[in-house]
Design a protein around this ligand. Structure first.
Ligand SMILES: C[S@@+](CC[C@H](N)C(=O)[O-])C[C@H]1O[C@@H](n2cnc3c(N)ncnc32)[C@H](O)[C@@H]1O
Length: 245
């Protein structure tokens, strides 16, 4: 599958990524809490948000970096970024081919992109290449072995699992996979990245809970759960803080 298809999905009129976030305030806030938790007290010269879409989370990186670049393949997402986040520096780029020299970026984030990468090794190697030897990266992984999945399937497969509906399961559609976090950790080790911290994120992502529990309370629980539930990889989204070996 070519990378163009990945960009096409976010370029086409059928998918409105800005509107996707309507009704997902809890997940959006949960991810922001995770970013702040992993970056608190740090300062960087240049942060790059790989596959950053329209810059939903890129702007949060200004709290921690002098310069922030959104690196994104989709023209449509870049156009939206220019409208909603006009101050953001942008570059059109695929994660496997980043226009930065070796070791020149001291913070890289890649959030909600791994679910489009059944074999993420080229992209992970590219992140390792551009990362400064003392820099940090944050990688979000769509977690195949999250708690509710494990109740249904106690054994988590090692490989990525296609989560598309049967009608979308063909080569013209963008891949949507969940990953085994243990496999991703091994892939990271292969490219020279080690995991310093793990957070379990969006732990209470459930339409029922979101309806029944006031959001402030859900976020208070989320804040406590992110580090506590990380060792058992509870949540649907796992945030990894990475450093070069
Ligand atoms: C679900 S959106 C996430 C956007 C943003 N990171 C966020 O969390 O709001 C996935 C993004 O990944 C981008 N993408 C897909 N395949 C990519 C690739 N191979 N390299 C870089 N970005 C990619 C898409 O264009 C899209 O903007």
């Amino acid at each position: 599958m070519g990378d163009t298809k990945r960009a096409d999905f976010y370029d086409g009129p059928a998918h409105d990524y800005l509107r996707y976030w309507d009704g997902r305030d809890y997940e959006n806030a949960a991810e922001r809490i995770a970013l702040d938790r992993l970056l608190r007290g740090q300062h960087f010269a240049h942060a790059v948000d790989v596959g950053g879409g329209y810059g939903r989370l890129s702007t949060q990186l200004y709290r921690y970096a002098d310069r922030v670049t959104l690196a994104e393949p989709s023209t449509r997402q870049l156009d939206i970024a220019a409208r909603v986040n006009p101050a953001l520096e942008t570059v059109q780029a695929q994660a496997a081919d980043l226009p930065f020299t070796d070791g020149s970026v001291d913070l890289v984030t890649m959030i909600r992109v791994m679910h489009h990468l059944p074999d993420p090794r080229p992209e992970l190697a590219e992140i390792a290449r551009v990362l400064d030897p003392i820099g940090l990266a944050i990688l979000e992984v769509a977690n195949l072995g999250h708690f509710r999945n494990r109740l249904r399937h106690p054994r988590t497969p090692a490989g990525p699992v296609d989560i598309r509906s049967p009608e979308n399961r063909h080569d013209d559609e963008i891949p949507f996979v969940n990953h085994n976090v243990r496999t991703v950790r091994a892939q990271l080790a292969e490219v020279g990245l080690s995991v310093e911290r793990t957070l379990s994120v969006s732990n209470f992502r459930s339409a029922t809970l979101k309806k029944l529990v006031p959001q402030r309370m859900l976020l208070r629980l989320e804040r406590a759960a992110q580090p506590t539930l990380a060792p058992i990889l509870f949540g649907p989204s796992i945030f990894l803080l990475l450093r070069k070996h």
